[in-house]
Design a protein around this ligand. Structure first.
Ligand code: DP6
Length: 346
């Protein structure tokens, strides 16, 4: 018995950052992100029935080549999914993936990859009659086990992960992400200019960064701050309040990097150009009043977010003032994608 499925899942950029974990891939604090439109991972999964063994049997090809490093991540994911997916041991799996964006440019490939793998595995489970519960919830749950931020890539638009309070209601779950639908029409199109400062591999991975939050001197304060920022940014998205949005998003980006700098084993991922560009963005905003702001993930590259109304002004600013400070003068233009993952019969 054999079968094949194909899924495409978006990457995402966090507004409130997931930083620090507990238990089995559970977040220390809630987070919220925008799913991107153009930056995606496309994965096909083929399964062929075999004799059952105790081991998982699979191959992983990235852009046509066998990739051993990623095989370890898939192995860890399969181990973590546990008994509800033990039927997988009756099959040999072949994953084939490619990204629509380059490596190490500030676009989280682990998020889109793990989301696409989880979707493929859930489709396989569904086809073989092993899926229980709502499909996307399950896929989000599984992708979380591969990479925390991946669980938010299951939905288009805005998605949150982790328990939080908003408008005096307790919402969200630590186990999987949920879509945020209460978004003002002014925020219906958010553009993301990804300014590439440095595309060399990171000195410290996100996974190591998360572990340094264990015993971090500011852990409790960070959890309190993230919960507060979560409420504020959801309010801002709901009301169309750009100023609050901008303040929270920039506060989160700088907090993330300051948590790295004052952890027990400190590290710095920003580069001199990161600071220079932050200054430039602030000056540009002051001068023009443009509705734009920056954020960072765990790396030196900046995401310059803006509303659609500011597109031409911001592009001109990037061309005239930022380009010369970017690696090979390179940036990527993406935007919030409303559609979310895409399924195709392979
Ligand atoms: C800074 O999801 O990459 O991008 O769960 O260990 O795979 P693992 O970590 P990962 O961490 C992402 C951290 C972040 C913030 C965020 O996306 O919320």
């Amino acid at each position: 018995m054999t079968g094949q499925v194909y899924w495409e899942a978006p990457s995402n950029i966090a507004l409130v950052k997931y930083w620090g974990k507990k238990g089995l891939q559970l977040p220390c604090n809630p987070s919220v992100s925008l799913s991107l439109s153009l930056s995606k991972t496309q994965t096909s999964l083929k399964w062929v029935k075999k004799e059952r063994t105790d081991e998982f049997s699979f191959d992983f090809f990235f852009e046509g080549e066998k990739k051993c490093l990623f095989e370890k991540k898939i192995e860890a994911l399969l181990e973590r999914i546990g008994p509800s997916f033990s039927f997988v041991k009756d099959y040999h799996l072949e994953f084939r993936s490619s990204n629509t964006f380059p490596h190490s440019v500030g676009i989280a490939s682990s998020a889109s990859s793990m989301a696409s793998f989880a979707l493929c595995l859930c489709s396989m489970a569904k086809a073989l009659g092993h899926l229980d519960g709502p499909f996307y919830e399950k896929a989000s749950f599984i992708s979380r086990l591969g990479s925390g931020s991946a669980c938010r890539s299951l939905y288009g638009g805005v998605a949150s992960w982790g328990e939080f309070s908003w408008q005096e209601k307790k919402l969200g779950s630590d186990l999987f992400a949920t879509p945020v639908s209460k978004v003002h029409e002014d925020f219906s199109e958010i553009l993301d200019f990804i300014l590439i400062v440095d595309s060399s591999p990171k000195a410290v991975s996100s996974t190591v960064g998360h572990s340094l939050m264990n015993g971090h001197p500011f852990l409790e304060a960070r959890i309190t701050q993230a919960n507060k920022n979560m409420e504020s940014v959801l309010d801002a998205l709901y009301k169309g309040d750009w100023e609050t949005f901008q303040n929270v998003v920039e506060n989160e980006a700088l907090t993330l990097h300051s948590l790295m700098m004052n952890s027990v084993t400190p590290f710095i991922l920003m580069k001199p150009q990161t600071f220079l560009l932050i200054e430039k963005i602030k000056n540009f905003r002051e001068k023009t009043g443009a509705k734009c702001c920056f954020t960072l993930d765990a790396g030196p590259n900046l995401h310059l977010l803006c509303l659609k109304s500011e597109e031409n002004l911001v592009r001109k600013f990037v061309q005239e003032e930022c380009k010369k400070h970017l690696e090979n003068g390179r940036w990527i233009e993406d935007k919030m994608g409303k559609d979310g993952p895409k399924f195709e019969e392979a």
